[in-house]
Design a binder for this molecule. Structure first.
Ligand code: MN
Length: 474
């Protein structure tokens, strides 16, 4: 994925203990921690490397390893586990200094209670049942945001919870220096896509800056015919191309130039998220639809009509889902209000990411009433049926808030022969009336970051790391 690679990131695994039990017990603690981390790293779902650090047994060792984690550019978070008892006053200084996300793994090295052989030595070694409670108390006392995962470390569900959190921690780190290029301002008079860019940088680390459309047009005009023709050939390889007239072929050719030019522009400013606006297309051949769709598929965050909040959120979710796909810009567009079978249709003028497509997209060219430019090229497809989720980031002056609605995407019951855009038909959970009423009451936007591969646990982890509230429609 553009600008992101899990191989650049680590999560440190820190085991707490104390000296009370003697060196022999501490050697076992260290060996067990190592075995556990080796097993977790071998789990297929684990997206990045867990690094087993030395067992910490004193306040000085604890503070030292936490400050090292803070200073390490590759460390995106720490996992803490108290194999034995580790008196938690020892952790106060270190935890007060902690600046990275933390996961508290509440597990035990031994799985089953060994009824026949259990003795005090066994209990002194396998005592996370109270060691983790002592640690948990001080985390709560310090009001420390953290994720707690409970269960045996070999359990697939436990491993998946850890893996998901690692994905979010990597996304949090990656997006903490995200550059968002705003190509044009917000759509005039629109409220929900506005927001305070200074507050966003303080809260999330996003640097949101504006660029003139002319800066982008310069890059597009430098694209050679040969480059554009080569990319058009790629389109024919990847998509079912339904283009026949010379004018439509010209539109596809110009769309390819836009894609190459926009990518070069984004690379030149180091941005991994961007916005466009149909109100500012001077010098552009057409509203960039295909280019935005394909740049999203590469991992760029995108927001239409100047919506930089959704662009940045989308990029962050793209990173969470790296290697899994299935994240797109989306807009609640129109409804089927048949009583008892209400459905919502999501789409946009053009810009839905093919990573959520249910089949090979078709490449088509159609007129667009908005923007006053040539007919734009776009990919047309249905979104894959199954579980999905709409996520909206809104600002209420003093705070940012995530609003999340799980949905069930359905296969369209009939063809939509005259609708020339990608579309997503869904049944919002828990039901249409509750979902839409609550969404509106929460102030959720019409633009969302939509996903078919992440569930709400990722967003809860993210909200905790970001220090913002999350409203789950339920
Ligand atoms: Mn829109």
């Amino acid at each position: 994925m553009v600008g992101f690679d899990f191989n650049s990131y680590q999560v440190w695994f820190i085991t707490g203990s104390q000296h009370l039990y003697g060196e022999d017990a501490l050697r076992k603690v260290a060996a067990n921690s190592k075995a556990m981390v080796t097993a977790l790293n071998a789990a297929k779902c684990m997206p990045l490397k867990l690094v087993c650090k030395d067992t910490v047994t004193t306040p000085e060792e604890i503070s030292k390893v936490i400050m090292e984690a803070n200073a390490s550019p590759s460390c995106v978070g720490i996992i803490c586990w108290m194999h034995t008892f580790s008196p938690a006053k020892m952790w106060i200084d270190g935890l007060k200094k902690l600046q990275k996300p933390m996961l508290h793994l509440h597990t035990q090295f031994n799985m089953e209670l060994p009824f026949e052989s259990i003795d005090m030595d066994f209990m002194n070694l396998n005592q996370s049942a109270h060691g983790d409670r002592e640690f948990g108390y001080i985390c709560s006392r310090l009001n420390l945001p953290r994720k707690i995962v409970s269960g045996h470390w070999s359990d697939a569900g436990v491993q998946q919870e850890i893996a998901s959190w690692c994905r979010v921690a990597a996304a949090w780190e990656n997006a903490s220096h995200l550059k968002v290029a705003r190509i044009g301002d917000n759509m005039r008079e629109v409220a929900v896509t506005e927001g305070n860019k200074v507050d966003a940088q303080i809260q999330f680390g996003w640097a949101v800056n504006g660029y003139g459309i002319g800066d982008v047009v310069d890059f597009i005009s430098e694209v050679s015919d040969a480059e554009a023709e080569k990319l058009v050939k790629t389109y024919y390889d990847l998509y079912t191309v339904k283009v026949s007239s010379d004018a439509d072929k010209k539109s596809v050719f110009e769309a390819a130039r836009q894609e190459i030019g926009m990518r070069a522009f984004l690379e030149s400013v180091g941005a991994h998220a961007f916005t466009t606006t149909f109100e500012d297309l001077r010098g552009m051949h057409q509203l960039p639809g295909l280019a935005c769709q394909r740049l999203m598929a590469e991992g760029y965050g995108f927001g239409a009509e100047g919506d930089w909040k959704t662009a940045a959120l989308l990029r962050t979710m793209k990173v969470m889902a790296a290697g899994l796909g299935g994240v797109s810009f989306m807009e609640d567009y129109t409804y089927d209000l048949t009583p008892g079978n209400e459905l919502a249709m999501g789409a946009h003028m053009l810009e839905v990411c093919p990573s959520v497509a249910d089949a090979k997209p078709t490449l088509e060219v159609h007129p667009l009433g908005i923007g006053g430019k040539a007919d734009p090229a776009r990919l047309v497809f249905n979104v894959k049926a199954g579980a999905g989720m709409n996520v909206s980031l809104v600002e209420f002056g003093s705070e940012f808030r995530l609003i999340v609605n799980e949905v069930d995407v359905v296969t369209p019951s009939r063809a939509l022969p005259k609708l020339p855009v990608a579309r997503m038909i869904c049944r919002p959970r828990p039901d249409f009336k509750t979902a839409t009423r609550e969404w509106i009451e929460c102030g959720g936007a019409h633009h969302t970051a939509f996903t078919t591969v992440l569930d709400v646990s990722y967003l809860f982890d993210y909200a905790r790391m970001a220090g913002i509230e999350l409203d789950l429609i339920s």
